[in-house]
Design a protein around this ligand. Structure first.
Ligand code: FAD
Length: 389
């Protein structure tokens, strides 16, 4: 894919990009998914291919060497990847959440220093927000950043941090003023490299989303320069992180829709192959009811994602739309994975088949990037705000 200006992408370009992604997914991603997932080994080979495809710079502006794709095209790419194997989409999704925070909130120097290297994949990152005691309630984090003459001294622990082991940089959320009221005014984000700002203390073992590193971090008296502070001013960290959540939620929605569509396709095929009582199970109405409901929910999920992404691309507020898409598409991922398990019968439980991986991977999408409980609360609050009596 070649870099163009952000507004240059046409419908034909989108088709060409999605065709290239499709070929890559079917030729390179799907064939290695089961083996890597079962062994919980990192797909290093895919990282090099992602660099070639430009995925690490997919939504970074062309002026920094990225492709500058609209969120609507990017979401379709994510759906395609996740429909074969959800885990590798995390390699570029979490990385791009960090990159988009820099592009949105960074100083000119930070943009010039970080974004070109992130666009090529030389720097591959993620976001370090969650701590053992704080996930949804981010204002309760305990990681501290103390300002000194030499820079900021960071101390704390983080957990569940994607790309921390196999990537080489992270955006870390910390408290620059733990006593601040309201609490968010004492929060700041720092751009750090592995070794300089954090160490990985433990790789976590997981039900699903295997192969991709989710780790605990130890941040033990790490000195980072003053210019590691995102945007160059303290007290904006939570705002900077929350500012990326609409895009983050569209991403996760796309991963949920991908799992749902992948499970639907596997089930549609299996239902035509498997025979009971002298005919393919696809000819039994009980199976048709499942397939019909799954297909309808997949289509609805994609429409919700497209609606949120189009609003995001046009610069409109879309927290309600992104929340709806994230909630519905990720619940659809769980629903379709479960229904596909039922359609596969006993074979669904075999690690010789792919479907059990979709089942294990699906639930994470309901938790990450704001739990689905929180999404419904956000939607309800927006509904009331937009329709006051
Ligand atoms: C595989 C994996 C990868 C991850 N990757 C990253 C990463 O790269 N970076 C990162 O920073 N984090 C990451 N996370 C962490 C993830 O974002 C958090 O787990 C998530 O935000 C939920 O936080 P928690 O686990 O602390 O749950 P809690 O906040 O403790 O929530 C527990 C339950 O209470 C509910 N709840 C909490 N508050 C409210 C409320 N006010 N109203 C209603 N219900 C509420 C929640 O919805 C949930 O059901 C990852 C997690 C996993 C499992």
């Amino acid at each position: 894919m070649n870099a163009q200006t952000q507004t240059d992408w046409t419908a034909d370009d989108e088709t060409a990009i999605l065709d290239a992604i499709d070929k890559w997914v079917e030729g390179e991603v799907r064939p290695i998914a089961r083996e890597h997932d079962q062994a919980d080994t990192y797909p290093h080979e895919l990282v090099e291919q992602m660099k070639e495809l430009g995925l690490f710079g997919a939504i970074i502006s062309p002026e920094y060497g990225g492709l500058g794709l609209p969120a609507s095209t990017y979401a379709k790419i994510v759906v395609k990847v996740a429909s074969a194997w959800m885990a590798p989409s995390g390699i570029f999704n979490s990385h791009l959440i960090m990159a988009s925070a820099i592009e949105r909130a960074g100083t000119d120097e930070q943009k010039a220093e970080w974004l070109p290297k992130m666009a090529t994949g030389e720097l591959r990152g993620g976001i370090a927000l969650t701590e053992p005691n704080a996930g949804t309630d981010l204002q309760a984090i305990r990681t501290k950043a103390d300002k000194t003459n030499e820079g900021y001294r960071l101390n704390g622990t983080k957990t569940w941090i994607t790309n921390s082991l196999n990537g080489n940089c992270l955006m870390i959320l910390a408290k620059t003023d733990p006593e601040a009221k309201p609490r968010h005014k004492g929060m700041s984000a720092f751009l750090t490299k592995k070794g300089e700002g954090y160490e990985v203390s433990k790789k976590l073992t997981k039900l699903g989303y295997r192969s991709i590193d989710s780790c605990e971090l130890l941040i033990d008296d790490k000195l980072v320069p003053h210019d590691a502070l995102l945007g160059g001013a303290e007290g904006r960290g939570l705002q900077q992180v929350l500012g990326g959540l609409e895009l983050g939620r569209i991403n996760v929605a796309a991963r949920g829709a991908g799992i749902a569509e992948g499970a639907l396709m596997l089930a549609t095929r299996y239902a035509q192959e498997r025979q009971t009582f002298g005919k393919p199970i696809a000819e039994h109405q009980a199976i048709q009811l499942k397939l019909g409901e799954m297909a309808s929910k997949v289509a609805a999920s994609k429409l919700l994602i497209e609606d949120a992404a189009k609003k995001y691309d046009s610069g409109q507020r879309c927290d309600m739309e992104a929340g709806m898409a994230k909630y519905f598409a990720t619940e659809t991922g769980v629903f379709c994975a479960q229904e596909a398990m039922r359609i596969f019968g006993g074979y669904s439980y075999s690690t010789e088949y792919e479907i059990e991986r979709y089942y294990r991977d699906a639930m994470l999408m309901c938790i990450g990037e704001g739990t689905n409980e929180m999404q419904r609360i956000i939607v309800a609050k927006q509904l009331i705000e937009r329709n006051p009596i």
